[in-house]
Design a protein around this ligand. Structure first.
Ligand SMILES: NC(=O)c1ccc[n+]([C@@H]2O[C@H](COP(=O)([O-])OP(=O)(O)OC[C@H]3O[C@@H](n4cnc5c(N)ncnc54)[C@H](OP(=O)(O)O)[C@@H]3O)[C@@H](O)[C@H]2O)c1
Length: 265
């Protein structure tokens, strides 16, 4: 693997799951990392877990779905580490609710967190990357950023929106050495379904069977980091379930049938 020692990563959604595994991996490889999420205790846990790397870790808690000051956070990050080489926009929340039963407030909350919070941070970091001569933005979408799926209408919409936004950004900023990678996980064994929003705006609270049998977050993190360092535009990561992306593309009628029949949990 290409050396990432002393490169500066900013990873959102680092308090658990895929983001946590990615943060651990880059810390182990000697990178400097800003770890973000809402759960400050979970972020500060990196400091005790990696006592020899404490100077390389900056926990920075904020809520992607709230009115956070992205410019100020970016300024703090640069004050600490001097630059930002990789922004891994990974934080997000899923959904487990039927469209017909979901109030618009829940749809908005998912869009605020997964889309607006995500792009707000990018808009604060992008000028810094341009000024320093380049940088790499990776964004965790989902296979449902490629197609719609039951119980995930707002979630799928938020992930589709990310593709439109970041494909535009990629084309606009190529000459300034900005590279963009879309990460497209299938089912990864994390708490994503436990934390997913229900129609009542509460946590689903259940580790769905699809999640429990998914790829480990450690394995996913390794494949994702390798793909980012190889400057891949898209990284599809997961087990056999990711075949749905290709079925949707090449056999759409079969896909529409399967989407109706497959257990969405
Ligand atoms: N696991 C899968 O099967 C799967 C599949 C496709 C895509 N994904 C995507 O992968 C990404 C990571 O999810 P995961 O699977 O690792 O699930 P996870 O364990 O639930 O992690 C989600 C992360 O996002 C953060 N987050 C959620 N809401 C936030 C908010 N309002 N403000 C700031 N941070 C917030 C959480 O931190 P706090 O709770 O500390 O805020 C947590 O660190 C998500 O974007 C998800 O959509 C996952």
């Amino acid at each position: 693997m290409k050396s990432i020692e002393n490169n500066v990563f900013w990873i959102t959604g680092a308090s658990s799951g895929i983001g946590r595994s990615m943060a651990e991996l880059v810390i182990e490889h000697g990178a400097k990392v800003i770890v973000s999420g809402r759960n400050l205790a979970a972020l500060e846990n990196f400091l005790s877990k990696f006592p020899n790397h404490q100077n390389n870790i900056l926990p920075m808690a904020f809520d992607l779905g709230a009115d956070f000051d992205a410019e100020d956070l970016a300024k703090q990050a640069v004050n600490r580490f001097g630059r930002i080489d990789f922004l891994i926009n990974n934080g997000g929340i899923s959904q487990r609710s039927q469209t017909a039963e979901t109030p618009i407030e829940v749809d908005r909350k998912i869009m605020e967190t997964n889309f607006f919070g995500n792009i707000k941070l990018t808009k604060a970091v992008l000028p810094i990357m341009i000024q320093q001569g380049g940088g790499h933005i990776a964004v965790t979408s989902s296979v449902v950023g490629k197609f719609g799926f039951p119980l995930r209408s707002a979630y799928a919409a938020s992930k589709h929106a990310l593709h439109g936004f970041y494909e535009s950004l990629r084309a606009e900023n190529y000459e300034q050495n900005i590279r963009v990678t879309m990460i497209i996980p299938g089912r990864i064994n994390t708490d994503i379904s436990v934390n997913a929003m229900t129609a009542e705006g509460k946590k689903h609270g259940v580790l769905d069977p699809g999640q429990a049998t998914g790829m480990t977050s450690e394995k996913a993190a390794q494949l994702i980091l390798k793909g980012i360092l190889n400057q891949r535009k898209e990284i599809i990561v997961g087990k056999f379930d990711t075949i749905m992306v290709h079925i949707r593309r090449f056999f759409p009628r079969l896909f529409y049938y399967m989407a109706r029949k497959i257990d969405p949990k």
